[in-house]
Ligand binder design. Structure first.
Ligand code: NDP
Length: 518
């Protein structure tokens, strides 16, 4: 069987597959360009075998109940913290992110998520007693039940292999489903490492499986499962939805973004500059809700640009240990070309690069310098297409109306932020932006509030993760009606007769036809 060739700091087991894969693919460390592992490239037959396995073991997993499943998830929370250095090493080896980016945005999210879903799954999925005003169901018991769908497929991107790939598996498991995770071919090792953890914490065999492979593996998974949770680009999300239409498989799609930030004239410019830089450059700008473009009201534009420029010049880029670098390498080699194309396009159309603007001086790996652009406008790709890199284009605007119009001038609607000391006013501005999430005097941290829904408007997605909707989507809503005191025949049943029809007609008039209903 094709397995993982362990090298250097990467220490993960090969995925369990019922049928050996004939092919394999290489995984690189993007900070160095070195091949660090090989994984099986699973085909449709192997995925079908994994799906059979997942379905076989699901009923017993569901029967464990919230408490039994929660115990395993809570153990996994501790396992993750106990093994955090190993997991960080694996994440960094396949993404090139800094130590702090892995700790703050991956480990802390993952650990919180295990505890959160272990504790809250039952609350969100508790059977509900429903009261109805419908006359035909008087005296009957009505219940709403959330029943696990069975086998859930999760397809994830490369930017956050723990938070965005694995993170979506946690509520699906807590709800009582078996899960097959298809991580990005760029970053499969983190998922395999976490599968080891779940196994050590006692998850029954086959309940959680990792299907490594290329895009075709993801497409094959869509055909096999009862629901697909997809995170990735809008283009691939559309393909997934088309494939899922053949089997009427429900999808939840978390897609691309081009998040705007608006700095109003009364903003605390120091906070706005710090936030823009941090949430623009975090994870090398490879975050779906990173700040991708900034609109600044003219009275504070020069001060804002001066502060961002000074702070961006001080950023350290590298792949050393904790505390040695602020920004890491890019993760996906072709993404460097996209970033370069956006910067060159902006320059050609009149933008100025005030910081960065090149791949820097690295003799290996895939890097792009933290880059600040000014004199930008909406003729430039850097302001209209998702760059997904360490760039911060800043545009001067006349007033907030122009800022809102430009913020909404995008096919995307994932997140947005507005900065202003009058928070009531800033909030009113934020509420006019078409986005799944808006922040005032902040950005991105809304993602860490697992109680708050996270999802995109417009081309940024369908459905949400987190909150009640983030676990109910992994369940069939089953309506249950029970008639405890059952007559031999209800009055409206056959045979119809004029007397009963007249009575019913009077009843409906009494119930719905009285008074002036405006
Ligand atoms: P892609 O859309 O390229 O890939 C996402 C996943 O889909 C990968 O595992 C990929 O496999 C797989 N895939 C590729 N083709 C198919 C197919 N035909 N059927 C099924 N699966 C397929 O996205 P990226 O990995 O490049 O991630 C970056 C994108 O993700 C950005 O646009 C970003 O904004 C978005 N994103 C959105 C988030 C959100 O919450 N809204 C969060 C994080 C990222 P393989 O890699 O092997 O090709």
């Amino acid at each position: 069987m094709a397995g993982i060739q362990e090298q250097e700091q990467v220490d993960v087991a090969a995925p369990e597959v019922a049928v050996p894969a004939a092919r394999e693919f290489a995984v690189e460390n993007p900070a160095t360009g070195e091949v660090i592992a090989h994984c099986p490239d699973l085909g449709a037959e192997e995925i079908a075998a994994m799906a059979r396995r997942g379905r076989e073991v699901q009923p017993a997993w569901e029967a464990l109940g919230f408490e039994g499943r929660g115990r395993i998830l809570k153990r996994m929370q501790k396992w993750l913290i106990d093994h955090q250095e190993e997991v960080i090493a694996v994440i960094r080896s396949e993404t090139g992110k800094t130590y702090e980016d892995a700790l703050i945005a991956e480990i802390s999210y993952g650990a919180a998520a295990f505890g959160f879903w272990a504790t809250n799954a039952e609350k969100y999925l508790a059977e509900e007693k429903v009261k109805s005003s419908a006359i035909l169901v008087k005296g009957k018991k009505l219940r709403l039940r959330y029943k696990p769908l069975g086998l859930v497929g999760v397809i994830g991107p490369w930017n956050y292999p723990l938070t965005n790939s694995f993170g979506d598996c946690v509520p699906a498991l807590a709800a009582g489903n078996s899960v097959i995770l298809k991580p990005s071919e760029i970053t499969p090792l983190t998922s395999l490492k976490l599968a080891e953890g779940l196994k050590a914490c006692g998850i029954p065999d086959g309940v959680f499986q990792v299907a490594t492979g290329l895009g075709a593996t993801g497409a094959a998974l869509v055909d096999q499962v009862d629901m697909i949770m997809f995170t990735g680009s809008t283009a691939t999300g559309k393909k997934v939805m088309k494939t899922a239409a053949d089997t009427l498989t429900p999808v939840s799609l978390e897609l691309g973004g081009k998040d705007p930030m608006i700095v109003l004239a009364d903003a605390d410019v120091e906070r706005a500059a710090n936030t823009a830089l941090y949430y623009g450059m975090l994870n090398g700008g490879q975050t779906c809700i990173s700040i991708e473009r900034v609109y600044v009201e003219s009275p504070v534009y020069d001060e804002f640009v001066a502060k961002v420029t000074e702070k961006a010049r001080a950023l350290r880029q590298g792949d050393g240990g904790a505390g040695t670098a602020d920004v890491g390498s890019m993760t996906f080699p072709p993404q460097v070309d996209i970033v370069e194309r956006h910067v060159e396009d902006a320059k050609a159309k009149g933008a100025r690069v005030v910081v960065g603007g090149s791949r820097g001086h690295h003799d290996k790996g895939y890097w792009y310098e933290p880059t600040v652009l000014v004199d930008v406008d909406h003729t430039m790709l850097a302001m209209t297409e998702e760059t997904f890199g360490p760039t911060l284009p800043i545009m001067k605007v006349r007033d907030e109306e122009e800022a809102i119009t430009l913020a909404n001038d995008s096919p995307y609607g994932l997140g947005a932020s507005v900065f202003g000391k009058d928070t009531g006013h800033a909030e009113a501005v934020a509420r006019r932006i078409d986005a799944g999430a808006v922040c005032v005097n902040d950005a991105l941290v809304n993602y860490s509030a697992l109680e708050l829904p996270m999802g995109g408007a417009k081309a940024s997605g369908l459905g949400t993760r987190h909150g009640a909707g983030g676990i109910r989507k992994y369940c069939q809503q089953q309506a249950v009606l029970i008639t405890p005191l059952a007559l031999k025949k209800d009055p409206h049943m056959y045979p119809y007769n004029a007397k009963m029809t007249g009575r019913l007609s009077k009843l409906f008039k009494f119930l719905y036809g009285r008074g002036d209903r405006g």
